[in-house]
Write a protein that binds this ligand. Structure first.
Ligand code: ADP
Ligand code: MG
Length: 695
């Protein structure tokens, strides 16, 4: 194996650059994982994002003030020529070496890792312009041609930093509730060894370990209760504000707080596999992530930078030797090429459009978490919709009770459902309470997501839920009526208590804008599929009502995720829209997850986009804004690259044969101005997105 292949390369999690994993490389350990960085700025940004942000703001502020002063003095020389030049030099030094210091550092680290990045071009270009001007100031007799280019260097540095600031602001969108989730992460667990709790770090837990969780402690990882009983506060993970009863058989989520007695838990998932681990991973990716298209710009830069430097050098030397131009002109050719190629517009093409696009969305109550979500929104071709709470209002009410003794069925079901967070459960409890029924004490409550709930009432096992979940043994005369209620779009849940069997029909109106939203999705060329845990008959009725052609019924939470994976395997780019705990796996799996704002916290933390106003037409708007933003990014990139391709030959001396070397008395200035104009036009073009109306 070649020596160079044996060097391990790591990726800077901030800028995506390759960094050699050498012992003296810049690195930081964040929660057990070592990250390598290309520069102090990237390291600071990853480990202390808010500090880096305020530093960047100061730099941009200082750079702006100094640059404006330089611009004024350059074009309105108030002082005598020589004095003016020295004042300009004094103003330019802090911009070049303090405000612009990160470019030198970035360039140094890139060159040491034998790669190149934009920092190299910025550092070389501005240094050439600054160095030439500084020399011309202290030794004016050296060059025949007049002209100082301090302004070009200062404008480049300040504008590029402003671009990075923009990029930062787009990233700083990870919500506060997400940060709170990160703080939930427990650090130690008490593993039971021969009945004694031994403290171990949570990282060392393995699946199958049995741990004890004492009152007031955080549950260390996901698991199932095997002993003891208690309540757990899961509010930050599921949105359920009241403590949830935990008994042998109940699932517990790592990070929730044990607010009752001591329980013994068998671990079923650890680390990245846990609910909290998955959410955390998503957040960290979102924070470090750039839109994939930005990475494309970075990759192009890797080749672009050396190419430009070669062109500049070649042109300068070529004109000097073959063209016989004086040294001063050669230097100006070099500066012009590097300055004009300085891909400042390229650097801000993506973040500017992303910032304006997500701002437009936010104004409409659509929260977009970062560039990846925007890009995914633009590429989606298949939309999966949850039924309950997504297509329907999610405000269920009991519409009929079937079976012999209706009050008894309602009272038994209500008693068990009083511990459930599900809309069906709430509807049943509300009806029982409004009818003045007294709910009984329940023990051994178990909730099976997507199936139903069960518990013991007065020693009798009562089950409420899907037909196959409650079992069908028992007398039952309501079949016909149940079928009719389902075909009208109601959800029928069955209630069994020993040999008794009944059913409760729960109705839920479809959202006002559901039909419109689904029609528009069709018009956008998207294929729409409804996914639900509900019965076939109910699903069909709702699908017909809102105009969905394809649906899948009777799905468990894992089935929804599998459906996403199946479509992805066919090459589809899938968006999932959902609200519930049962939708979270699918939301995470999908290329783009859109969570309904009134849904559970898990759904909202998992989704890349949150629809605050619960409207389904907002999902359509989100996809349209995604498409519009991507169009803008592509226009910006095409403009920024195109401008370089056209103007670089001009800077390299295309005009010398026509107009002579005299053009270089203004070309570097022209380069700087063209560069600033190009950036301004990219920003202006992006700002147009603010006016974009998705409907
Ligand atoms: P959806 O996918 O439409 O949001 P769910 O996955 O939440 O629906 O539920 C699927 C089915 O499981 C329901 O239609 C119902 O039959 C049953 N079910 C789930 N939770 C409960 C509960 N708490 N009480 C009764 N039935 C339930
Ligand atoms: Mg739902």
């Amino acid at each position: 194996m070649a020596e160079s292949n044996m060097k391990r390369l790591a990726k800077d999690p901030v800028c995506g650059m390759s960094v050699v994993e050498s012992p003296d490389a810049l690195k930081a350990s964040v929660r057990g994982t070592t990250f390598y960085f290309c520069s102090d700025a990237c390291k600071l940004e990853y480990t202390m994002p808010s500090q880096e942000l305020s530093k960047l703001k100061t730099m941009v502020g200082l750079g702006t003030v100094l640059t404006i002063s330089i611009l004024i003095l350059t074009y309105v020389p108030i002082l005598a020529t020589q004095a003016n030049a020295y004042v300009l030099l004094l103003l330019a030094i802090p911009v070049q070496f303090y405000v612009g210091s990160r470019f030198y550092r970035g360039a140094y680290h890139a060159l040491r890792a034998k790669t190149s990045n934009m920092d190299v071009l910025v550092a070389v270009g501005t240094s050439a312009a600054f160095g030439y001007s500084a020399l011309a100031t202290v030794a004016p007799s050296l060059f025949g041609v007049q002209g100082l280019y301090f302004d070009a260097a200062a404008v480049i540095i300040t504008l590029i930093l402003a671009g990075r600031l923009l990029e930062h602001l787009t990233k700083e969108r990870a919500s506060d509730s997400v940060r709170k989730l990160l703080e939930l992460r427990p650090t130690v667990a008490h593993v039971l060894k021969d009945g004694v709790g031994v403290e171990v770090p949570v990282e060392d837990l393995v699946e199958g370990d049995v741990v004890e969780v004492r009152p007031g402690e955080r549950v260390p990882t996901d698991g199932v209760v095997t002993g003891g009983s208690s309540y757990a506060d899961e509010s930050l993970l599921t949105g359920e504000s009241s403590p949830v009863r935990k008994e042998p058989g109940s699932q517990v989520i790592g990070g929730s707080i044990n607010s009752g007695g001591r329980i013994v838990v068998k671990c079923t998932a650890v680390g990245q596999e846990t609910v909290l681990g998955q959410i955390t991973k998503l957040v960290e990716e979102a924070r470090a992530g750039r839109a994939p298209i930005q990475r494309l710009a970075d990759r192009v830069a890797e080749y672009f930078v050396p190419l430009i430097l070669l062109v500049a050098l070649f042109a300068a030397v070529g004109w000097g030797l073959a063209g016989g131009v004086p040294l001063a002109t050669s230097i100006l050719v070099f500066v012009s090429v590097v300055v004009i190629a300085c891909p400042c517009a390229l650097g801000i093409a993506t973040p500017a459009a992303l910032l304006v696009g997500t701002g437009n969305a936010a104004k409409r109550g659509i929260l977009v978490k970062g560039g990846e979500a925007v890009e995914a929104a633009a590429h989606v071709d298949t939309v999966l919709l949850d039924k309950t709470g997504t297509i329907t209002e999610g405000k269920q009410t009991v519409v009929a009770i079937l079976g012999g003794d209706q009050d008894r069925i309602l009272q038994l079901a209500g008693s068990v459902e009083s511990a459930s967070e599900h809309g069906i459960g709430r509807a049943i409890v509300n009806r029982a309470v409004s009818k003045g029924l007294k709910l009984a004490e329940v023990s051994n409550f178990v909730s099976s997501p997507g199936l139903g709930v069960s518990g013991a009432v007065n020693g009798q096992v009562v089950k409420v839920g899907r037909r196959e979940f409650v079992g069908r043994n028992g007398k039952w005369g309501g079949e016909e009526q149940a079928t009719k209620l389902m075909s009208e779009g109601n959800t029928v849940v069955f209630v069994s208590a020993g040999r008794e069997l009944g059913a409760i029909a729960v109705g839920d109106a479809v959202k006002e804008d559901a039909v419109e939203a689904i029609r528009e999705m069709g018009e956008m060329g998207l294929s729409v599929v409804m996914l639900t845990g509900d019965d076939e008959a109910t699903a069909k009725s709702v699908a017909d009502k809102v105009g969905v052609q394809n649906f899948r019924a009777g799905l468990l939470p894992a089935d929804k995720e599998k459906e996403v994976a199946r479509l992805q395997a066919q090459g589809k780019v899938v968006a999932m829209i959902g609200d519930g705990v049962n939708d979270a796996p699918a939301l995470a799996k999908a290329d783009l997850g859109l969570a309904i704002g009134s849904g559970t916290d898990v759904a909202k933390e998992t989704g890349g986009i949150v629809l605050i106003k619960d409207r389904l037409t907002d999902a359509v708007d989100a996809l349209r804004i995604g498409r519009a933003t991507m169009r803008k990014i592509k226009q910006n990139l095409a403009w920024a690259f195109g401008y370089n391709i056209i103007l670089v030959p001009v800077a390299a001396g295309l005009l010398i044969p026509l107009y002579g070397i005299g053009v270089y008395s203004f070309l570097p200035f022209f380069s700087g101005a063209a560069m600033a104009l190009s950036s301004a036009s990219v920003v202006g073009n992006s700002l147009l997105l603010m006016r974009y109306k998705p409907r």
